[in-house]
Design a protein around this ligand. Sequence first.
Ligand code: AMP
Length: 534
Amino acid sequence: MNTFAFLEKSARQRPDGLALLHGEERRTYREFHDRALAVGGNLRALGCAPGDRVAFCLANSPRILEVIYGCFAAGLIVVPVNARLHPREMAWIIENAGAKLLVHGAEYDEGIRANAGLFGGLAHRVCTDPVEGALGFEALLDPAHALPCADDAAPEDLCWLFYTSGTTGKPKGAMWNHRMVARVIMNYLADLHNIQPGEMVLHCAPMSHGSGIVALPAVARGATNAIYDSPSFDPESLFATVEQLKVSHVAFMAPTQIIKLLEDFVPGRHDLSSLKAICYGGAPIYVDQLKQAMAAFGPIFVQLYGQGEAPITITGLSAAAHTALLAADDPRIGSAGQVRTDVEAHCVDQNDQPLPPGQPGEVVTRGDVVMPGYWNNPEATAEALRGGWLHTGDIGFFDDQGFLFLLDRAKDMVISGGNNIYPREVEEVLILHPQIAECVVFGIPDDYWGEAVHAVVVARPGSGLTAPDVIAFCGEHLAGYKKPKAVDFVDALPVSGYGKVLRREVRDAYWQGHDGRIGGGSGARSAAKPVATI
Ligand code: AMP
């Protein structure tokens, strides 16, 4: 089944229902369906044949969904590119995917032209606004070339390349096929949030990533995909949007966005009573912050844990589960929930042997939601899918009721004096300190310990917080060997385009000149002193 069928069905059942909403722009399901068929047909007319790759690099707008569904209709493989990448990073993905055509916003035109040599493989560029050297988006809407209907597709036919964020090397293209995407859609509706026809679903995170994936179940159910109309994430305007549009479901938020919402929340200033679900994931949320968010916004949080290789689908914690666990003061509120309905997952040791409950190991998963491999990368595919299970690179443990506690990425674990220390455990404590706004913990080279636990902290303005204060505070909550040996203070932490705190970027500055940790490698223990410690 071609994933386009979900749109076709919604267009038949709710032709006048509002499908896309962005500022003044409004498209019904009939219009969205027809425009997507036009995009598919015009991509074909420009020489894109089934199986060819079409990349887009676009700020959030209805164009993203028109390109995605246009590609589905025409049997093309869509390649979303994070709109915050540097043109050189963008070019690397486009070349790796062998994309024939790129659809981009006018804001990237200068960067693309300045690096023109890197984009030489493209047959065409299509720009949202008229610019020299590119076709306008209107060129994709010519009704003369519109497809009469979508091509048929086999379940194994590829339809999407999802490029990983590349924190441990160059990004890899996780291949998605139609069967996988259909399963991801159904699993979302079954386990996380059962989107209803006409529901107002808001996108306020990049649609090249999680939010765009949640648009798929929203389209399948004939809901409205409303796109947050602001150049940057601003809690006040987001609250106003929720009130004005009566948003019922926020498609996806990174935990860093939830923290921002909390900081600017003034009870009663906006009517947020329409909100039934805020879906979050992609990075850990600290328990204390989650509890504050639930106290402020109510029992509406839905957590998902997945990765590009098993998109938004490995484990989840529904709004009802959040509510029950909070009411029972159950520490499982700090988990990533239970394995999703049609998915298998467990933790394994270094020899890929399953571990009993409570024992940390690598999370592995399998099922139809798992990618068949990485694009043009058989070595990485064999490594990631060895034994028929996707090896996520995440360390965690399942408890006796099957709740998954994620500890860290395997490569982020600190080994100090022979002890394994999970940065998240230390960060969960640091964030309890009223004077700490943000923090990140990692290991740095140490003569004696091999690695020493190190914290980098953003203190609240005017707090006067010192490193000994922070270390003493950790001592009240953690075993001695887990306490940071030193603490640095910074004004802000670097965050990825997808809202994840870039722990490795902070850490790598401390490992310069040591071969063990730069770029996420592991193992080497070095004999250097920590740098820049306060
Ligand atoms: P991406 O492929 O960019 O979506 O990143 C996936 C990675 O984000 C996972 O392998 C985890 O390390 C992390 N992640 C995703 N969801 C969660 C979650 N709910 N809690 C903690 N980490 C998460």
